[in-house]
Design a binder for this molecule. Structure first.
Ligand code: MLT
Length: 436
């Protein structure tokens, strides 16, 4: 058993009694109440999910295993000579809640290395897809096709114990995650670089190898590491994380669940938003004549836009402050690309939009989210194909979704099955009548 799996097993054995006790002794204690607005309105704010991998405070933003983003970037072992941590070490941290040593991060790298060969049939499927297929469709299809290799699927039919399920989800997750950089880079080079594929380099770490296979020089390797870490998890209620959890709760294997979560991520209200933001910013640059506008010019533009539309990249269902994932990327831009025209636009928008949205009084959250910044970095380093951006988000999100699924099986969470009502029943409830 690998060091990571052993550590995880210890953690699981220590955690199980906490969940068992909550269910057994406190199962009837109310954690929240639900109103009709929430039932019709996308279940907003209902506290009905559990995860220890990350927690989203509306004012502070995301904490991964208790650490803020700056703490994660500071404390996790870094790739030699680079600014950003190993994605492998971050995955160790998400799974176990413990900061790995450099050696432990390197062991995960070795474990991924041993599992990263992508079967030829995956490349054949991708080559056979219509040339205008969206890269998210290709990514999801490639992952789904590998479900034939699921170890859990085989073991389940051998009637393994429920307490052992997590072990095979772990094996499947490691096998899948190890292959994602190569599959994603293959899709990119197949679609946008005349199919000139670059072979992986086993010496390179997860992020470094991805940058290498994309054919983009440093510091894009750090961009990749930062990007995958930032997008990994945003607690459990967002569409991708929740979809992954829901599908795996039926004991569908990790390939089915990851492909499904990517299909949710592909929606314009979720992961596709970064593509929409960049398209919009390019439109702004064109409208404002391609020069850096003054603050007054930008304010006027924003007010004019708000007469008929919205400013993409601002607002969030849970957050009520600037998204720290936005801030982390902004700091990267200030250091590496401060004079970039698009970044200057983004930064000016960051300055003028929140006060205007506050003055307008419609937005619950006038602050920028992660999507307001991420496409700009990709564009700067030569990834100019907007529709690919969500694939990058998907690689990151797979780290969090897989961690959550492994833990959900380890803690024996059952199949998810909430109860629905009819509209008449809601009307009866509204009128104070009983529906039972
Ligand atoms: C995410 O990272 O999933 C998005 O910010 C959406 C969300 O948290 O609801």
């Amino acid at each position: 058993m690998s060091g990571l799996k052993q550590k995880l097993e210890q953690k699981i054995l220590a955690e199980r009694p906490r969940t068992e006790k909550l269910v057994k002794e406190f199962g009837n204690v109310k954690a929240d109440e639900v109103n009709i607005g929430q039932i019709i309105g996308g279940m907003r704010d209902i506290k009905c999910l559990v995860t220890d991998i990350s927690y989203l405070d509306p004012f502070e933003g995301i904490r991964f295993r208790g650490l803020t983003i700056p703490e994660v970037l500071e404390k996790l072992p870094k790739v030699e000579g680079q600014e950003m941590p190993f994605v492998e070490g971050f995955f160790y941290f998400l799974l176990t809640g413990e900061l790995p040593t450099s050696k432990e991060a390197d062991d995960v790298h070795e474990e991924f290395n041993a599992r990263k060969k992508v079967p030829d049939y995956v490349f054949n499927i991708l080559r056979a897809m219509p040339a205008d297929s969206h890269p998210m469709t290709m990514f999801s299809a490639a992952i789904l096709s590998m479900n034939r290799d699921s170890i859990f699927k085989v073991k389940y039919h051998e009637h393994i114990k429920k307490t052992e399920y997590w072990q095979y989800y772990y094996e499947d997750a490691m096998n899948l995650l190890a292959k994602l950089p190569e599959i994603a880079a293959f899709i990119y080079r197949l679609k946008y670089r005349d199919g000139k594929i670059i072979a992986p380099d086993p010496k390179l770490d997860f992020g470094g190898n991805f940058a290498h296979m994309m054919g983009i020089p440093k510091p894009y390797d750090d961009v990749a590491r930062l990007y995958f870490i930032l997008h990994s998890d945003h607690e459990s209620g967002n569409v991708s994380a929740h979809t992954g959890h829901l599908v795996a709760s039926a004991l569908s294997d990790i390939y089915y669940a990851t492909s499904a979560m990517l299909n949710g991520l592909a929606g314009p209200l979720h992961g596709l938003a970064n593509e929409e933001v960049l398209r919009w910013i390019h439109g702004v640059v064109e409208t404002l004549g391609g020069k850096v506008p003054t603050e007054e010019e930008m304010k006027k533009f924003v007010w004019d836009t708000l007469k008929t539309g919205v400013i993409p990249g601002f607002g969030h269902a849970v957050l009520r402050k600037t998204d720290p994932r936005y801030t982390a990327q902004r700091e990267f831009c200030l250091k590496h690309m401060p004079d970039d025209l698009l970044f200057k636009y983004v930064d000016l928008l960051f300055k003028v939009v929140p006060p205007i949205l506050l003055e307008q009084g419609k937005a619950k959250n006038p602050w920028p989210n992660v999507d307001a910044q991420s496409g700009v970095i990709q564009w700067y380093y030569g990834v100019k194909e907007y529709e690919f951006y969500t694939v990058l988000f998907g690689i990151g999100r797979a780290l969090g979704v897989c961690s959550n699924i492994i833990w959900a099986r380890a803690l024996g969470y059952p199949i998810e099955r909430p109860k629905s009502l009819t509209t008449t029943m809601l009307e009866n409830i509204a009128a104070g009548k009983s529906v039972d």
